[in-house]
Design a protein around this ligand. Structure first.
Ligand code: ZN
Length: 429
């Protein structure tokens, strides 16, 4: 185990003007230029004031926890762990955790009102992060990419969210479109199933743009002609929109389900049927790690399930999250290694290779803490796809726009590596 920070979590979006809705010639380089150019206007003081009111009653808390069992127990109590250090964890606690925090069972090392914590950042508000793609801009860009490359790309919805938004999938395949099956080996890139992790939308979205931009380069061309590539950049559109719709970040993680008892949201990455709601998940509906009333209770997780189950040609998979600079492989919900020794070697080898390309640290997911119900465990167990969880880089929830370019560029390399082994992942061992 390394003793530097392991982190989790998320990033930014915006309510910004769309870049490319009507531009069929949208280019990856142009997208990155937009990302590196700060928007003209920013209203941080107003944003901070508004956020201060919204964050009332929520705290940024640091709690003593020296091993993964203690971390797992905190998750089960509903504590939203964001950062993990050697002997402590930090994250967000709402009023529902007041009892836990004042009990003798935990040692609270620090507690700051969330608004004060947030205001310690200077560039973290939506008006300054306008380069991130909100739902409509993501939809527009996907449509543009599909239209400009209609011979090899198509766009379809894998289903609707709780609030009725389409969950879009861009498919890149020279021989099949839309939902038509393909026997070519498949790769599936999924982003942003946690609402506030907005960089996890940008990375797969712009990877798709990169692939199409470079469609005539030898390497990209080979993958486009021989593979079946799927990109679902925004797996939780309702939550991602909720997190930004006031113009101020909400630090929101879950989907927008209305829970019995009046609380809101299920943690989609605890809702998959893999040791559902055992370790590292909460059965308390108000908790950020709420597993839902049953496995696959949520339309978003149901759609991902059906999508993968009906495409058994998918052999490789990445689910993007933020933050922590980590590449995680199964199991996450059990201390055990995956039982198939050859598969375990593939996970280690491929994880290390992508780690070298990104600078991320690759490890078995449960080496950090045990968390059940996650999508990658389910995907591997149910379909056999080599499923990785990426915790992208960044420090803090909303690190601003400059990080997008570097993160996308290194993850283009990792994505290409995954495509390079998708025909036969066992070739890496
Ligand atoms: Zn996440």
């Amino acid at each position: 185990m390394r003793n530097t920070l392991f982190i989790f979590v998320l990033l930014a979006v915006s309510a910004c003007p769309a870049a490319a809705a009507d531009n069929l010639n949208v280019s990856y380089e142009q997208l990155l230029r937009e990302i590196t150019t700060p928007p003209a206007s920013a209203s941080a003081p107003e944003a901070k004031a508004a956020f201060a009111a919204q964050a009332e009653g929520r705290y940024w808390v640091t709690i003593k926890a020296s091993d993964k069992r203690e971390r797992t127990a905190l998750l089960e109590a509903g504590f939203d762990i964001v950062e993990v250090e050697k002997d402590r964890v930090s994250g967000i606690a709402g009023p529902e955790l007041d009892g836990l925090l004042s009990s003798k069972s935990v040692t609270v090392l620090g507690k700051t009102p969330l608004a004060a914590y947030a205001s310690s950042f200077t560039k973290d508000f939506p008006s300054q992060d306008a380069i991130y793609h909100n739902y409509q801009e993501t939809t527009d860009l996907l449509r543009s990419l599909a239209a400009a490359n209609s011979d090899i790309a198509s766009l379809f919805s894998i289903g609707k969210s709780v609030e009725g938004r389409d969950i879009w999938c861009l498919r890149i395949n020279s021989g099949a479109k839309g939902e038509t099956p393909s026997s070519k080996p498949g790769a599936f890139f999924l982003g942003n199933i946690h609402a506030r992790e907005h960089l996890a939308n940008e990375v797969p979205l712009l990877f798709a743009a990169w692939l199409l931009e470079h469609r005539n380069d030898a390497e990209a061309k080979k993958y486009i002609s021989s593979l079946d590539i799927y990109v679902v950049p925004m797996g939780n559109p309702d939550g991602a929109e909720y997190d930004i719709k006031t113009g101020n970040y909400q630090y929101y993680r879950k989907n927008m389900a209305k829970n019995a008892g009046g609380s809101r949201g299920v943690d989609l990455n605890r809702n998959f049927d893999s040791w559902w709601c055992e370790a590292g998940a909460s059965s308390y509906p108000g908790a950020d790690t709420y597993c839902g009333p049953r496995a696959f209770s949520e339309p978003e997780s149901q759609h991902i399930k059906r999508f993968m189950e009906t495409r058994r040609n998918i052999r490789t998979h990445i689910s993007y999250h933020t933050y922590g600079s980590l590449i995680l492989y199964p199991w996450g919900g059990s201390d055990d290694n995956v039982p198939d020794e050859r598969d375990r070697k593939v996970f280690i080898k491929a994880g290390d290779a992508m780690g070298k390309l990104t600078g991320y640290y690759s490890q078995k997911s449960s080496d950090m803490y045990v968390a059940t119900g996650d999508s990658a465990d389910w995907a591997y167990a149910a379909t056999g796809a080599f499923a990785f969880t990426f915790e992208l880089e960044g420090r803090g929830f909303y690190p601003g726009s400059a990080i997008v370019k570097t993160s996308v560029e290194k993850n283009v390399k990792a994505g290409l590596y995954l495509l390079s082994i998708t025909d036969n992942p066992y070739k890496v061992i």
